[in-house]
Design a protein around this ligand. Structure first.
Ligand SMILES: *[C@@H]1O[C@H](CO)[C@@H](O)[C@H](O)[C@H]1NC(C)=O
Ligand SMILES: *[C@@H]1O[C@H](CO)[C@@H](O)[C@H](O)[C@H]1NC(C)=O
Ligand SMILES: *[C@@H]1O[C@H](CO)[C@@H](O)[C@H](O)[C@H]1NC(C)=O
Ligand SMILES: *[C@@H]1O[C@H](CO)[C@@H](O)[C@H](O)[C@H]1NC(C)=O
Ligand SMILES: *[C@@H]1O[C@H](CO)[C@@H](O)[C@H](O)[C@H]1NC(C)=O
Length: 490
C-alpha cells in the first residue's frame, strides 16, 4: 500500500513540475484548463468583457464524453480567464450532453440557447435533441429555465441542434442545423432552419434557409447567419462532403454561401456556391458575434474529429483559433484578419526586421510568434517551421507557375493546397503557437489553420532558393495558463 502511495505521489509531482504540459499548450489561444474542448459556444460581449463558452469534457482529454459548457472571459480576446463550468448535463433533457449553442445579451442578462441531447441506446434513432434556454444574471452562474425545452423538435429528430440566436428590431431569430430524409433520393441530407420569436421564449418555425442537394452532406452543424457588407452569409459545418481535388480534404468541413435575404418573407437566395472558409487541417464549428465595435468576429475550434493528437497525454485536447474579423470582398469572398488586439501581445523587441536570405534561420522565443512576409509574387517561396521533431516540420510553399499554395505538416495526409495568385506582392502573415499554425495570405482571402507537434525550440527557416524581400518576426507574449500551473498556485 505504501509503495502505491509513493508511486502516486511521484506521479503527481511529475505532473505538477514537469515541462510536458508546456510542450503543446498554447500561449495565446484559448484552450481548456484540462480535459476535452470542442465547439465554441455562447460567444458574447457581456459587461465589457468577451465571454466564450465551449463544449467541454472535464472527465477526460481523450474523448468528448458527455458535453458540459466550459467557460472563459477576456477583455482583449487573448488574455483569457478560466471560469467555473457553466452548465452540467444534469437535467432529463440534457443528460446526454449540453450540446452547442449561442448567447444574446439583453437587460444585463446573458441568454444562453443550447441543444439538450438525450441518448437512447436501445432505440432507433438512438438520440433525441431539443432546444433549451438558460439565463445568467452575473456572467458566471447559469440557471436553466423551469419551462424547457423551449423548442420541442419532435418533427425534426434525430439531428436538430446548434441554435444561433440574434435580434433584429423587435424580433428574435434562430438558425438551427437539421438533417432530413429526402424523398426523391431516399437519402439523409443537411439543412438550416430558421425560427422566429417575439419574446425569446416562444419560437415558431419560419423557413428553410437552405438545404443540401446531395452534394453538401447529410448534416449541417453549427449554422450561423448574418448580414455583411450588404449581403447575407450562411456559415455552417456540413458533414458528409466527399473530397474533390484540393477541396474538402478534412473529415468535416466549414464553409459558407453568400446570398440575399428578405426579412419580410424569410427567404434566403444564394448567389454563390459553397466555399470553404479555411484550407488547413483543423478548423471546425465556427461561431460569430457582432461586437460593440461592429466587428463581425469569427472563432473556430482548431482541431478536427478523430485525430487523437498527442496533446491528450498532457491532460488537454482542443483549442480555439485566433479570433478573426470578417469582411466580404467584391467577389463575395469572406476575408479574415486577426483582431487588432493581437498587436498588444507582441513583445517590444522585434525578433527580425528586414530582408532575409535563402537559408536564414530565426528561432522563436517560447514557441510563439507572428511572421510577416512581403516578397515577389513571381518567384517560388518556401518557408520551413522546424524543431527537433523532424516529422512535424511544416513547409509552407507558393508555386508561382501553378498559382498554388501548399501547407505540408508532414505525416499521413499532411498536405493541404489551394489555388491562389497574389494580385501585387505576395503577402503572408503566419501565427505560430506551440502546436498550431495559422496562415493568412494576401489581405486574408486565403487561410490555413493546422495543428503540428514540434518538440524543443521552434525555428523559422527561409527555403534554400527563396530570398524574402521583407521579413518581420514578432515574439508573442503568453496570455493564457495551463492547468498544472494553475493548480500549483494553490
Ligand atoms: C463526469 O464527471 C461528472 C462530474 O461532473 C461525474 O458525475 C460523472 O460520473 C463523470 N462521468 C464519467 C463518464 O466519468
Ligand atoms: C454562483 O455559484 C457559486 C458556486 O459555483 C456560488 O458559490 C455563488 O454563491 C453563486 N453566486 C450567485 C450569485 O448565485
Ligand atoms: C414533444 O412533442 C411531442 C408531440 O407533441 C410529445 O409527444 C413529446 O412528449 C414532446 N417532447 C418534449 C421533450 O417535450
Ligand atoms: C430508404 O432508406 C431507408 C434506410 O436509409 C431504407 O430502410 C428504405 O428501405 C429505403 N426506401 C426506399 C424506398 O428505397
Ligand atoms: C512528432 O510529430 C508527429 C507528426 O506530427 C506527431 O505525430 C508526433 O506525436 C510528434 N512527436 C512528439 C514527441 O511530439
Amino acid at each position: 500500500m505504501l509503495g502505491t502511495k509513493i508511486f502516486i505521489f511521484i506521479l503527481l509531482c511529475y505532473r505538477v513540475t514537469a515541462e510536458v504540459n508546456d510542450r503543446y499548450y498554447p500561449r495565446y489561444h484559448l484552450a481548456p484548463p484540462y480535459g476535452w474542448m470542442n465547439d465554441p459556444n455562447g460567444f458574447s460581449e457581456y459587461k465589457n468583457e468577451y465571454h466564450l463558452f465551449y463544449q467541454f469534457n472535464p472527465n477526460s482529454s481523450y474523448e468528448p464524453g458527455i458535453a458540459h459548457w466550459g467557460h472563459a472571459k477576456s477583455k482583449d480576446l487573448f488574455s483569457w480567464e478560466h471560469l467555473p463550468i457553466a452548465m452540467y448535463p444534469d437535467q432529463w433533457y440534457d443528460k446526454g450532453g449540453v450540446f452547442s449553442g449561442s448567447a444574446i445579451v439583453e437587460d444585463g442578462k446573458l441568454y444562453l440557447y443550447y441543444t439538450g441531447n438525450v441518448n437512447k441506446p436501445e432505440e432507433y434513432p438512438d438520440h433525441e435533441q431539443h432546444q433549451i434556454l438558460a439565463i445568467s444574471t452575473n456572467g458566471i452562474n447559469v440557471t436553466k429555465q423551469v419551462i424547457n425545452p423551449i423548442i420541442n423538435g419532435s418533427e425534426y429528430q434525430p439531428d436538430f441542434r446548434d441554435p444561433k440566436v440574434w435580434k433584429r428590431g423587435n424580433m428574435y431569430y434562430m438558425v438551427l442545423g437539421n438533417s432530413f430524409q429526402d424523398s426523391e433520393t431516399n437519402s439523409t441530407l443537411g439543412r438550416a432552419l430558421l425560427y422566429t420569436s417575439k419574446d425569446k421564449v416562444n419560437w415558431n418555425f419560419a423557413s428553410i434557409l437552405d438545404e443540401s442537394d446531395g452534394s453538401l452532406g447529410y448534416m449541417w452543424e453549427c449554422p450561423d447567419f448574418f448580414e455583411l457588407n450588404g449581403r447575407f452569409v450562411l456559415l455552417f459545418s456540413p458533414q458528409g462532403i466527399q473530397p474533390s481535388g484540393y477541396k474538402y480534404r478534412n473529415l468535416y468541413q466549414t464553409g459558407y454561401i453568400v446570398g440575399n435575404f428578405d426579412y419580410r418573407t424569410n427567404i434566403f437566395t444564394p448567389i454563390t456556391e459553397f466555399v470553404e472558409l479555411d484550407y488547413g487541417h483543423d478548423f471546425y464549428a465556427t461561431q460569430t458575434i457582432l461586437d460593440k465595435a461592429k466587428r463581425r468576429i469569427v472563432i473556430a475550434w482548431m482541431d478536427m474529429w478523430n485525430q487523437n493528437y498527442i496533446e491528450a497525454e498532457d491532460g488537454f485536447t482542443g483549442q480555439m483559433t485566433i479570433p478573426r474579423v470578417l469582411s466580404l470582398d467584391k467577389y463575395n469572398r469572406l476575408i479574415q484578419r486577426p483582431v487588432n488586439e493581437i498587436e498588444s501581445i507582441r513583445r517590444r523587441q522585434t525578433r527580425h526586421q528586414g530582408s532575409a536570405r535563402a537559408g536564414a534561420v530565426i528561432r522563436l522565443r517560447d514557441k510563439a510568434g507572428e511572421i510577416h512576409i512581403t516578397t515577389s509574387a513571381t518567384k517560388d517561396l518556401d518557408i520551413l517551421i522546424q524543431s527537433s521533431n523532424e516529422s512535424s516540420t511544416v513547409i509552407i510553399s507558393y508555386n508561382y507557375k501553378r498559382g498554388l499554395v501548399t501547407l505540408n505538416r508532414g505525416g499521413k495526409d499532411g498536405v493541404r493546397r489551394a489555388k491562389w495568385r497574389p494580385s501585387d506582392k505576395l503577402h503572408l502573415k503566419a501565427y505560430i503557437d506551440a502546436s498550431s499554425i495559422e496562415l493568412f495570405f494576401g489581405n486574408g482571402e486565403l487561410t490555413f489553420s493546422s495543428r503540428f507537434f514540434p518538440t524543443g525550440a521552434i525555428k523559422v527557416r527561409i527555403g534554400d532558393s527563396s530570398d524574402v524581400e521583407s521579413l518581420t518576426i514578432f515574439d508573442l507574449q503568453r496570455t493564457i495558463d495551463a492547468r498544472y500551473e494553475l493548480e500549483s498556485e494553490d
